[in-house]
Design a protein around this ligand. Sequence first.
Ligand code: PMV
Length: 334
Amino acid sequence: MIKKIKVKSPANIAFIKYWGQRDKKLILPYNDSFSMNLSNCYTEVKMEILEDEGIKELYIKDYQKTSFEKNEGEALEKVKKFFGIAEKFLKKKIKFGFRIYSLNSFPKKAGIASSASFFSAIALAITNALEMERKISQKNLSILARLSGSGSACRSIPDGFVWWQKGKESSDSFAYSIAPASFWKIFDMVLILSTDEKKISSFEGHQKVLTSPFFKLRLTDLRKRIKMIRRAFLKKDFTLFGNLVEEEALSMHFVMMTQKPPLFYWSGKTIELMKEVLTLRKNGVEVYFTLDAGENLHLIYQKKDELKVKKYFKSHPLVIDLINNSPSIGARFI
Ligand code: PMV
């Protein structure tokens, strides 16, 4: 073995979502997006760099599993493809094999950005494998993560609260931190309602946005919402911020549901819980929901409501498990 590289990278939850790619090869979005890295939803990657160029292996340990399983399917193919992309992007020949062990602290492909944490971790590990980790800027590392195919992986590279500027071309479509994790003590509690993997990937879904008659309306709407949310965030106006976060999640899902073919990531449980969040709010607990491409719900709240939110959902009959997250730093070597 030449060397062993260890990396940990967070998933992120988007407050302004990225949905739709204007360039599916370069993974360029139609709009800016904005997210927070999650402290307890992460992927840990151990990458062994091997002399034997022929060995290309991936082992995955899923949420609540006790052992690693060899993956010889789609995930391995995507990793191999990403090594090829990295080779071109970093302009360095890859003359080694690899064995990757990847461990997830949360269910994958269930709306908690597992591909973002995974590919951002792989991107960082590759830079070390190629002895480029000191030379590459954070901007370029974020671009590399974006090129993996999971665009939101670029937002898991910088620390804390992260902005992905859509850019005009590949070289200026990258993510940067707009505030460190310590800037605002807000939380994201993920309610695990199901660990089933989604049937239609985000990548497929992204390609169909233009078939929704509401997509253009969403983009027009977003111009205002993006400005408002950035202002509300910097002023720490939680009420305005939370309302915009909810509005934004519904806007993205409205487009998903009106694409052709329609994408229904919600389940009955998701809607039940969304309604309960509204009731809780009426009763004085300030909590807002958001969700990505999956049925599991994310709850956003402040420190002052932490105990009430935990108490309410801990023994909830629809909730299998909950993962509480505070803002986190981005991808790093461990
Ligand atoms: O990162 P991708 O390409 O897998 O797309 C996922 C995008 C959403 O999670 C649905 C929204 C977002 O901005 O995170």
